[in-house]
Design a binder for this molecule. Structure first.
Ligand SMILES: NC(=O)c1ccc[n+]([C@@H]2O[C@H](COP(=O)([O-])OP(=O)(O)OC[C@H]3O[C@@H](n4cnc5c(N)ncnc54)[C@H](O)[C@@H]3O)[C@@H](O)[C@H]2O)c1
Length: 290
């Protein structure tokens, strides 16, 4: 996952003027479901698991709006999907900025008329043990991984409440549930969003809104491949090094995590809410090795 944090404000549509989202929804109205495509908003969709979600949901005939802090990557990805005839729109934005989250939701409703699914995926990882990590590290990780989830959920919920339906999937991590050395702020941020998911589920279930979390184990994303390349390690050597992970003897492909997210967001999971689904190839059920 990304360790950098460089919002490209030049591309930010928010600078054209943020509108408060509740006023916005009242002014635009929310269309009914008849004949309309289902609409998904995915944060951090330019790369990794988020990108696999854009692929998954557009292939399932959703209209997809995705955000990313990297305007360059997002433009490139949106153009590639659009060239395949997929219904996709990119809105540059930084989830740690509430106005950007509000704007992304507004863009989804303006462009496609409703919002059925929110995938709160964008996340960063700043390594550091509890003793080593700085206050700045904690502020940065919590701003993206916790507040970024809070902001985009707060922006999406009024739309879903007005519709009387909606599904939220938050991408947490196995690190929320198990101890891993050297990842203190990240682990705390991923545990915190599980509480956010539960609270959304209990506060909005009666309004037809479901909220669930997925906790992926190690997933071979572009981030890992790029980092390995910087260390002179090829993708095939990286894959070899991950052999033996979990019970399946391998790490996840981003598409496998996107499929779990698609399940939790879709009609097959219509009676699942407030739940945390671990997708780690059995890694976490292995007993102690020593
Ligand atoms: N890859 C793994 O092994 C793994 C395991 C468990 C959980 N996760 C979680 O999955 C999610 C996606 O991770 P990934 O591995 O695909 O990472 P990645 O770095 O490959 O992709 C993350 C994407 O989010 C974007 N992004 C980063 N900060 C952002 C911000 N402030 N606002 C908007 N976009 C932003 C990045 O530009 C990038 O396109 C993260 O929440 C991560 O914690 C990943």
């Amino acid at each position: 996952m990304s360790q950098t944090h460089h919002p490209n404000k030049e591309h930010s549509l928010v600078e054209k003027g943020a509108i408060h989202y509740i006023e916005f929804i009242e002014s635009v109205g929310v269309q009914n479901m008849d004949g309309e495509p289902r609409v998904a908003l995915i944060t951090g969709g330019a790369r990794g698991i988020g990108n696999a979600c854009v692929e998954h949901f557009t292939r399932k005939d959703y209209a997809v709006v995705f955000t990313d802090v990297s305007a360059e990557d997002g433009d490139h990805v949106a153009a590639a999907f659009a060239a395949q005839g997929r219904r996709v729109a990119f809105v540059p934005g930084d989830v740690s900025q509430e106005a950007d989250c509000v704007h992304a939701v507004q863009a989804a409703v303006t462009r496609f008329g409703r919002l059925d699914v929110l995938v709160a995926n964008a996340g960063v990882q700043t390594p550091g043990s509890l003793l080593d990590s700085t206050t700045e590290d904690w502020h940065h990780v919590l701003a993206v991984n916790l507040l970024g989830v809070v902001y985009v959920c707060k922006a999406a919920l009024p739309v879903m409440i007005a519709q009387g339906a909606g599904a939220i999937v938050v991408v947490s991590s196995l690190n929320a549930l198990r101890g891993f050395p050297g990842m203190a702020a990240y682990d705390a941020s991923k545990a915190a969003v599980l509480a956010v998911v539960r609270d959304i589920a209990v506060e909005h279930g009666a309004r037809g809104i479901r909220a669930n979390a997925v906790c992926p184990g190690a997933t071979l994303t572009d981030f890992h491949i790029r980092n390995a390349a910087k260390r002179g390690v090829s993708e095939s050597a990286l894959r070899d090094s991950t052999k033996g992970y979990g019970l399946l003897g391998r790490v996840a492909e981003p598409s496998e995590i996107a499929a779990v997210i698609g399940f939790l967001a879709g009609p097959d999971a219509s009676f699942i809410t407030g739940e945390t689904l671990v997708a780690d190839g059995g890694y976490s059920i292995i007993g102690a090795r020593h």
